[in-house]
Design a protein around this ligand. Sequence first.
Ligand SMILES: NC(=O)C1=CN([C@@H]2O[C@H](COP(=O)(O)OP(=O)(O)OC[C@H]3O[C@@H](n4cnc5c(N)ncnc54)[C@H](OP(=O)(O)O)[C@@H]3O)[C@@H](O)[C@H]2O)C=CC1
Ligand SMILES: Cc1cn([C@H]2C[C@H](O)[C@@H](COP(=O)(O)OP(=O)(O)O[C@H]3O[C@@H](C)C(=O)[C@@H](O)[C@H]3O)O2)c(=O)[nH]c1=O
Length: 285
Amino acid sequence: MNILLLGASGQVGYELQRSLQGLGDIAAPTREQLDLTDLDRLADGVRALKPALIVNAAAYTAVEQAESEPGLAFRINAEAPAVLAREARALGAAMVHYSTDYVFDGGKNAPYTEDDLAAPLNVYGRSKLAGENAVTESGISHLILRTSWVYGMRGNNFLLAMLKRAREQGELRVVADQFGAPTWCRTVAEISAHLLADANVAGNEWWRCHSGIYHLACAGQTSWHGFAEAIMAAAHIDCRVVPIATSEYPSRAQRPPNSVLDCRKLANISGELPNWQDALQLCMS
Ligand SMILES: NC(=O)C1=CN([C@@H]2O[C@H](COP(=O)(O)OP(=O)(O)OC[C@H]3O[C@@H](n4cnc5c(N)ncnc54)[C@H](OP(=O)(O)O)[C@@H]3O)[C@@H](O)[C@H]2O)C=CC1
Ligand SMILES: Cc1cn([C@H]2C[C@H](O)[C@@H](COP(=O)(O)OP(=O)(O)O[C@H]3O[C@@H](C)C(=O)[C@@H](O)[C@H]3O)O2)c(=O)[nH]c1=O
């Protein structure tokens, strides 16, 4: 099977390169080879590669910057996935597409299920929701995997930002009133690969039964403050982590106060997800 993997230099994409080995021949073009902002060349690139599966881990993920670059965020997060889905449809290919907990407004007092209404608060979230809708509406065999608070030991993420700030500043001030589930990028990749291995064995029947949106995040929940404290503990860094309110941390983008994802739909087909503290320990060891 020919697999087209987009975003292979990103957190999730990097892990996917390894996790998807064995499922088929992976083409993983760089941004220079296939830029998602050039929609015509993107379509041509897909037609040339003729993948049976497109895995789209590429995205515009700069939440703050998206507020001043909505056109670019929508191009990469919504229009490019629409082109990928259109080309997948023409080829009879399936598609895996990643999305975010930031599609929710955070007003719910419980974890969000796939059936809850998405009502994003910021440009990034709106662009990701538009991308989801494009994939869903294309009618192709697809998995939309919504994850949250992704981290790893490379790339841009909260964990590395906290380690850097702790070393430079010796004290952290972190919001304690936004709740979610930190999720290791390797967890996302491994579960994706597990699902795709099942799909490979069962074929079209699997996709007929399982196409749709799934929440894929580590189990449990915490605040960004709780996450920062756990990072310091795991790294054995003695650094004061001061809890602050969202209003004390100036931001252009509004973020959901609660974006914990209920992952039971996914757990039913892939097994229980690891606890976020255990995944963090593994990542940092
Ligand atoms: N990070 C997070 O906390 C979360 C992420 N997600 C979602 O998970 C998915 C993976 O995220 P993550 O791995 O963190 O993303 P990263 O920001 O780590 O990586 C993004 C990837 O997209 C590529 N990319 C960006 N713009 C373009 C472009 N114009 N053309 C081609 N490639 C491009 C980047 O390439 P390059 O290296 O060249 O920039 C990089 O490979 C995304 O869909 C994201 O929305 C969901 C929830 C949380
Ligand atoms: C760096 C820093 C952030 N914060 C706050 C700001 C914000 O409310 C929260 C998280 O900050 P960040 O900017 O690192 O994270 P943010 O970019 O909002 O992270 C999001 O990225 C996108 C891609 C997603 O899809 C989401 O799931 C989520 O992971 O922590 C502090 O309170 N203190 C700090 O020192």
